[in-house]
Design a protein around this ligand. Structure first.
Ligand code: PMP
Length: 433
């Protein structure tokens, strides 16, 4: 590992980030286990950025890949049996009352491409410019997607990106931006959105779109208040504003349903999808949108790599794997195992302020004190380092970088959850003084 890391440091851009936090060179990975070049094994508790939901190098999916790669790899945007099959699978998993009204566009290899396409389509449809996004959001690194990403440090020194993007408070009940209580707040966060649109002195021109993650990912696995998504969609509809749900991280069964917004039973105008839909890590991204906003015509949004056939085959394999193994049921069982262990730990630890999760998507928020809720990002970094040394890998995030994020591959077994939690508990206890 050391030799490879040194070569990386010499020749690869300093922009690389994960290996700065977790200094390993990866040799191979299977299921939820990563092996480094020195033969060390690690439990991957973040699916390498929420991608390998069906597990690293899933054999079932790799069969589809092998068969496809001998047949056809690049087909531009010509139709193939492979592609129409994946489109059908995606549409069939939408809510039955709307699935016939939606269309799929493959937008390029990365999630950011899908976000760009979604914002562009909303602007073309409405003829308006502005976009409302949320504090704590992450939508990607290309200009449009970065403009809708709230972390100002990611944009510093860049000057003007895409104009007319405004950030409003997310429904982050543990730290309610309006300082209200969960059961009596009357969804002030939705009322705030309404007032921006209806108050002539809000200073904001009517936007084209509102973009949100139905569960904030990088923002610290923030699960919004019941009624929040419904409220936002309702207000947006009243004002003819396009709603974009970014399901790039929260989708593909991460929360136990195909899309995280399906827990609320609410449907936007555009979904963005990526990460898990490429099966075992093949790059693929799409927008799935309601025909009523179909404003672009043939050739209005083109690109060379919009649906590589191997990525699409891997996607077909991943959807079939989920169906054949009843993976969502497994997710629910693993969710309750993990939740129990984390809640037990929270009761013992003075510095775990909140444990929140849905499916296999958990955020553990660390504070200096449970009453003041002062964020503690130092302890989170310490815990990550100590866990890494014991063979457990995960990401951190959150509005204040004080949240440990668990997104294991959905195929994780009870035995591996046990091993991961044993490490995690030991490290937490060792720091509790
Ligand atoms: N949206 C969300 C919600 C994400 O989590 C990410 C990636 N973390 C993106 C968009 C951007 O995807 P990509 O890195 O593939 O461009």
């Amino acid at each position: 590992s050391k030799e490879i890391l040194e070569k990386q440091q010499r020749n690869e851009s300093a922009i690389v980030s994960y290996s700065k936090q977790i200094p390993i060179a990866i040799k191979r990975a299977k299921g939820a286990i990563i092996e480094d070049e020195d033969g060390n094994h690690y439990i991957d508790f973040f699916s390498l950025a929420g991608v390998v939901n069906v597990g690293h190098c899933n054999d079932f999916v790799l069969e589809y890949v092998r068969e496809q790669q001998d047949k056809l790899i690049h087909a531009l945007d010509f139709p193939t049996e492979n592609k129409v099959a994946l489109i059908e699978k995606i549409l069939n998993l939408l809510s039955p009352d709307v699935r016939d009204e939606f269309k799929v566009a493959f937008t390029g290899p990365s999630g950011s491409d899908a976000v760009e396409a979604a914002i562009k389509l909303a602007r073309m449809f409405t003829g308006r410019q502005g976009v409302i996004a949320f504090q704590g959001s992450y939508h990607g690194m290309t200009s449009g997607a970065l403009s809708a990403t709230s972390n100002t440090s990611l944009r510093s020194g860049l000057g003007a990106l895409v104009p007319d993007i405004h950030f409003i408070p997310y429904s982050y009940c543990y730290r309610c931006p309006f300082d209200l209580q969960k059961d009596t707040c009357r969804l002030q966060c939705v009322q705030y959105f309404r007032s921006l649109l209806e108050n002539p002195h809000s200073g904001i021109a009517k936007p084209a779109a509102i973009i949100l993650e139905p569960v904030q990912g990088e923002g610290g696995v923030v699960i919004p208040h019941d009624g929040f998504l419904e409220g936002i969609v309702q207000v947006a509809r009243e004002h003819n504003i396009v709603v974009i749900f970014d399901e790039i991280q929260a989708g593909f069964f991460r929360t136990g349903k195909f899309l995280s917004s399906q827990h609320a039973g609410v449907v936007p105008d555009i979904y963005t999808m990526s990460k898990g839909i490429g099966g075992v890590g093949f790059p693929l991204a799409a927008i799935v949108y309601h025909q009523r906003i179909e404003k672009w015509s043939s050739g209005k949004h083109i690109g060379t790599f919009r649906g590589n056939q191997v990525s699409i085959a891997a996607g077909n394999g991943a959807f079939d794997f989920v169906a054949q193994t009843s993976l969502p049921d497994h997710v629910l069982r693993m969710e309750s195992l993990l939740r129990d262990r984390l809640e037990q730990l929270q009761r013992r630890m003075p510095f775990i302020g909140e444990v929140r999760g849905r499916g296999l998507f958990f955020g553990i928020e660390y504070v200096k004190d449970k009453n003041s809720k002062e964020p503690d990002s130092d302890i989170v970094r310490k815990i990550r380092l100590l866990c890494f040394k014991k063979g457990l890998l995960f990401e951190i995030g959150g509005h204040y970088n004080n949240v440990i994020r668990f997104l294991p591959p959905l195929v994780i077994t009870p035995a591996l959850i046990e091993r991961a939690m044993a490490i995690f508990e030991e490290v937490n206890l060792s720091l509790s003084g």
